[in-house]
Design a protein around this ligand. Structure first.
Ligand code: PMP
Length: 390
């Protein structure tokens, strides 16, 4: 059997039309398929490869860790320096109240852990989430996902969940003393880059404080420099009680985290003990990789050019067929008339050597979330190709 046949026969399929490109190499902002064809990667593993594919410093850190140890014991029992050093770098770069890191193996597990922490800490059961939000695909995360189409086949889900409208000041009144936590993406990604407007996030934080509900901000997709600041919440003058990270956190290796004040986090160690546990969360190789990637992000000042690159994309993406471009930093949604038109353009782009896809809740929007290292020339080439295809 060819690799393509093996893929279609033995790899679980979740898409009715998988891209099925065989990738044999990826480096920086580029990928190559089995026929030697080169692609500019416009999605970086969906906001994972913020420092580019296989950054030499990340590869070096992984190799060094490989020579020491891989997995040694379930998470949380042993002192592992890749974890402690990464937790130090993260917390050094976060507000003082976000000082305790629970490493997970994925983004959705970070969501699950945060919801458990909020319920355990507050003794309350209700979780408030927002329409058009995405927080992961396991059943707790699915319960707070803001789109019924994706949830419905998997009911029963968590029962005490309330979905409000993102950016609605009126809806904030529905947050009460029953609410354990409010979970929101700082910038809604799969909804096609929806920003909080008019200080709404600040009003949300105020309401959480008044009701003593915990504010959980999901920066799994929008954090780690993607939006032009290290953390997106910095742009809205709020600080969450719990921050969710994933994707780029591992520098290309699987890693997630929920981060809070130690006063909160410590309640997972009693009544019951081991309030949240996992085998692979904070895997030493993933933490070594993530730590190196974060150092690259900071040392190479990759965030400084994000806004400039965003502006270049926006200035070049004008065409009567483009209905709208919504963006925050290098998270860009290019909206076409309908999903069919967008999918057609995506297929043509892939043929032309530009790798991209669409957003989950807005299939009419083309996704641009490239490595932050994408060059000016690459941006110009990408935009020229998109416009020429229309
Ligand atoms: N939250 C957001 C905002 C995401 O974009 C994602 C992944 N697309 C997740 C949570 C879930 O992360 P994972 O796929 O690692 O479980």
């Amino acid at each position: 059997m060819t690799n393509r046949q093996l893929f279609l026969t033995h790899i679980a399929q979740t898409s009715d039309s998988p891209m099925a490109l065989e990738i044999v190499k990826a480096e920086g902002c580029k990928m190559w398929d089995a026929d030697g064809k080169e692609y500019i990667d416009l999605i970086g593993g969906i906001s994972v490869c913020n420092v580019g594919h296989r950054h030499p410093k990340v590869i070096e850190a992984i190799k060094q860790q490989l020579d020491k140890y891989l997995h040694v014991m379930v998470n949380g029992e042993l002192i592992l320096s890749p974890q402690t050093e990464y937790a130090k770098l993260l917390t050094d770069n976060l507000p003082a109240s976000l000082n305790s890191v629970f490493f997970t193996a994925s983004g959705t597990e970070a969501t699950e852990g945060a919801m458990k922490l909020a319920k355990r800490f507050t003794g309350r059961t209700q979780i408030v989430a927002f329409k058009n939000s995405y927080h992961g695909s396991t059943q707790g995360s699915l319960s707070v996902m803001g789109d019924e189409y994706w949830r419905n086949a998997f009911r029963p889900l968590l029962s005490d969940v309330l979905h409000l409208n993102f950016n609605s000041f009126d809806d904030l009144e529905l947050i009460t003393g029953q609410t354990a936590c409010v979970i929101a993406e700082t910038i809604q990604a799969e909804a096609g880059v929806i920003m909080p407007e008019n200080n709404w996030l600040k009003a949300l934080q105020k309401k959480c404080m008044e009701t003593e509900a915990l504010l959980v901000l999901d920066e799994i997709q929008c954090g780690f420099g993607r939006n032009g600041t290290l953390w997106a919440f910095e742009q809205f003058d709020v600080v969450p009680d719990i921050l969710l990270l994933g994707k780029a956190l591992g520098g290309g290796m699987p890693l997630g985290a929920f981060i809070s004040d130690k006063k909160l986090m410590d309640c997972l160690s009693n009544n019951p003990v081991l309030g949240h546990i996992n085998t692979f969360g904070g895997h030493p190789v993933c933490c070594a990789s993530g730590l190196a990637a974060m150092k690259v992000l900071l040392d190479e000042r990759l965030i400084e050019s994000v806004k400039e690159k965003q502006e270049l994309f926006i200035s070049l993406l004008t065409h009567p067929q483009i209905k709208k471009v919504r963006s925050c930093g290098l998270m860009i949604a290019v909206e076409f008339e309908n999903a069919e038109e967008n999918k057609n353009i995506i297929n043509k782009l892939i043929q032309a050597g530009i790798f991209t896809d669409w957003f989950l809740f807005v299939p009419q929007c083309l996704r641009i979330v490239p490595p932050l290292t994408i060059s000016e020339e690459e941006i110009k080439l990408v935009c020229k190709t998109i416009i020429n295809l229309l």
